[in-house]
Design a binder for this molecule. Sequence first.
Ligand code: PRP
Ligand code: MG
Ligand code: ZN
Length: 223
Amino acid sequence: MSAPRDRLRIAVQKSGRLAETSLDLLRRAGLSFRASRDRLFLFGDNLPIDVLLVRDDDIPGLLREGSCELGMVGRNVLDEQSLATPGVVFPKVVSTLGFGRCHLAIAVPQEMPWGSPADLEGLRIATSYPALLAAWLAREGVAAEVVTLNGSVEIAPRLGKADVICDLVSTGATLQANQLREVATVLDSEAVLARTPRALSPLLAELAERLQARIDGALSGAQ
Ligand code: PRP
Ligand code: MG
Ligand code: ZN
């Protein structure tokens, strides 16, 4: 085993909807960084806290295995992965961060009539969130086929790969550009601060508490 770390690590999204705001929040919490050449690791200048810039889908796993102590991630990503792997202990949400609000929604072609979720019976639904969608369909008592795609879900109906989609909606621009309309909400989401489920050394536990308090302070100062 390697020596225990003496610097805290927080994982944030490298690029995408949460990336810039996550780093801004860390700066508002009083952290300053030096970027490595590859820009994947930000070395904390004023506190023993470093930032890892990663794909958002990797953040729950990094927290679970203890490669990072804290992470800023969408509730949608966290919930999807914990539903998809039952029995595994998942990171705990310690704060909601007040940005990155969006929802996971069912969207159908503009011209398709819509009455209720029962209208999805027997249809093919494209999504990158198969576990969240399957759980919602089960709650609604609807049998539909879940078609899992890693991206470009919104073009699946036009490609004939699916009849409707279940995807994240933020401004609604993507749906509009693809002549889709939102008809039902599967999950409301926003960015959260999540913490590893692993026990921390006293030093890392103290740093995690300090950073959580600083982030909470920056959030309340913003209101
Ligand atoms: C989501 C979603 C849509 C878009 C919707 O993708 O898959 O493509 O955002 O946002 P809008 O309503 O503002 O148009 P995201 O940016 O999370 O990227 P990813 O799917 O590649 O992770
Ligand atoms: Mg993503
Ligand atoms: Zn909406």
